[in-house]
Design a protein around this ligand. Structure first.
Ligand code: 5AD
Ligand code: SF4
Length: 437
């Protein structure tokens, strides 16, 4: 075993977990392969949030077959949310008999042991286990590709059971990591020059509610980190609107090191649909929170997730979602077509929406969202922004604003990659902001 290649699908959580997989492989002495056909170990870190993700992954696993035919010694491992679904390991193995190891989303940290076991026996291993996330006691190392941005898990799993969502079935219940472990990890990242730390969890606002943290809840965790020495920013995702507290809004507003950007998935603008989704908030209470956030942080950039075509969403409900987008005015909205997931409540609901209608709504909503975000970025012209310089292209330095938007700055000898700088936004052209020091 000399080289490895990891395919990563899905959310930031998976991206970060692939950094753990890479860490374990490099600890074993393997190096990252530039191309999959140079690899001795191929890992698929999978996602099953929507049918489209699963189809893509199936296609990509199938494409490995010729490589395996040429070289039987290649080890193919499949892990993550897709393998964690009931009966999935069996189905995967039937379709792709060349898979050597299957493990789940909750025992990623034990991959190194599974590889050792496979190398001894050379027999197919199914290591998927039910339950919650398990951390390896002695910890593991990470291989982070990016030198400026780093993810840190603060909790695993989800207790919410939104009726469309498969996450609670595959990722188990909420487990918070101990604050001291998180503080240690974050301090280490800051000392190694990381500039933006993103705290990760399916629902970060319920951090500590499982009594694993000695009473530390999310606002306290966030503020403690924001008070660390160093030149950095801290962000977090994802927040459930029902759990955003006044306390959290205050903490965000009074700490400069907390990025003024918030991802707050609304999912729908119709109370009927929100109820049927089991979201536990109303459009009114959502908007109330948005008002508070905007009042305390006038420069905040907001983003959201929206699902169109949830069962029972008629034209009237859909129009309410459009209204919500026009009211809140997000800098970015991720818009998804509802995809029925096996075992969830919504899968069995009546009044499923046709695929044609879902397509129509997604395109219509994307058009609206582009108009809104375009306007918001135009409105940024004239404002001052704190941006992180990431690289350079031709005569420009490429930086990013807190919301993730690219800001081009004219090259300047005194500015270096990895620095935060203050710029005045002077233009918005071809989708990029132009900044001047
Ligand atoms: N179909 C479509 N979108 C979904 N999401 C979660 N489950 C589904 C599903 N079954 C979306 C939600 C969530 C985001 C991560 O993915 O909007 O916030
Ligand atoms: Fe899924 Fe809802 Fe949990 Fe988010 S909060 S992971 S949408 S169940």
């Amino acid at each position: 075993m000399e080289k490895y290649f990891i395919y990563t699908y899905g959310c930031q959580m998976n991206v970060h977990e692939s950094e753990k997989l890479a860490g374990m492989l490099e600890t074993k002495g393997l190096k990252k392969a530039e191309k999959v056909d140079e690899a001795d170990v191929i890992v698929f870190n999978t996602c099953c949030i929507r049918e489209s993700a699963e189809q893509k992954i199936m296609g990509n696993i199938g494409a490995i077959k010729p490589l395996k035919k040429k070289n039987k010694d290649i080890i193919v491992a499949v892990c993550g949310c897709m393998s964690q679904q009931k009966d999935k390991p069996m189905l995967l193995r039937k379709k792709f008999p060349f898979i050597n190891i299957i493990f789940g989303a909750n025992n990623i940290e034990f991959f190194s042991d599974y590889l050792d076991e496979y190398n001894k026996e050379k027999k197919y291993l199914n290591k998927v286990i039910e339950g919650n996330y398990q951390e390896k006691e002695d910890g593991i190392s990470f291989v982070r590709d990016n030198k400026l941005y780093a993810y840190v898990n603060i909790m695993y799993g989800c207790n919410n059971f939104c009726t469309y969502c498969i996450v609670p079935f595959v990722r188990g219940r909420e487990v918070s990591r101990h604050p001291d472990t998180i503080y240690r990890e974050v301090k280490d990242l800051i000392s190694r020059g990381y500039k933006v730390i993103t705290l990760l969890g399916q629902n970060v606002n319920s951090y500590g509610l499982d009594n694993n943290t000695g009473g530390v809840l999310f606002p306290k965790l966030l503020e403690t980190i924001a008070n660390f020495e160093g030149d950095f920013e801290v962000r977090f995702m994802t927040s459930h609107p029902k759990d955003i507290s006044d306390d959290l809004i205050e903490v965000m507003a009074r700490n400069d090191k907390i990025s003024k950007t918030l991802h707050l998935p609304a999912q729908s603008g119709s109370n009927t649909i929100l109820k049927s989704m089991n979201r536990n908030y109303t459009v009114e209470s959502y908007l109330e929170k948005i008002e508070k956030i905007k009042a305390k942080m006038p420069n905040i950039t907001l983003s959201t997730d929206i699902i169109v075509g949830f069962p029972g969403e008629g034209e009237e409900e859909y129009q309410l979602t459009k209204k919500l987008l026009s009211t809140v005015r997000y800098h970015n909205a991720f818009i998804f077509m509802y995809s029925p997931r096996r075992g969830t409540v919504a899968e069995k609901m009546e009044n499923q929406v046709s695929i044609e209608e879902k397509h129509r709504r997604v395109n219509d909503l994307l058009k609206l969202e582009h108009e809104i975000s375009d306007e918001l970025f135009h409105n940024m012209v004239g404002s001052n922004q704190r941006v992180l310089v990431e690289g350079e292209v031709n005569e420009f330095l490429i930086a990013k604003a807190q919301c993730g938007k690219v800001v081009k700055i004219e090259k300047n000898e005194s500015i270096h990659i990895g620095e935060f700088v203050y710029v005045k936004i002077v233009d918005y052209k071809s989708g990029d902001l132009i900044g001047k020091i």
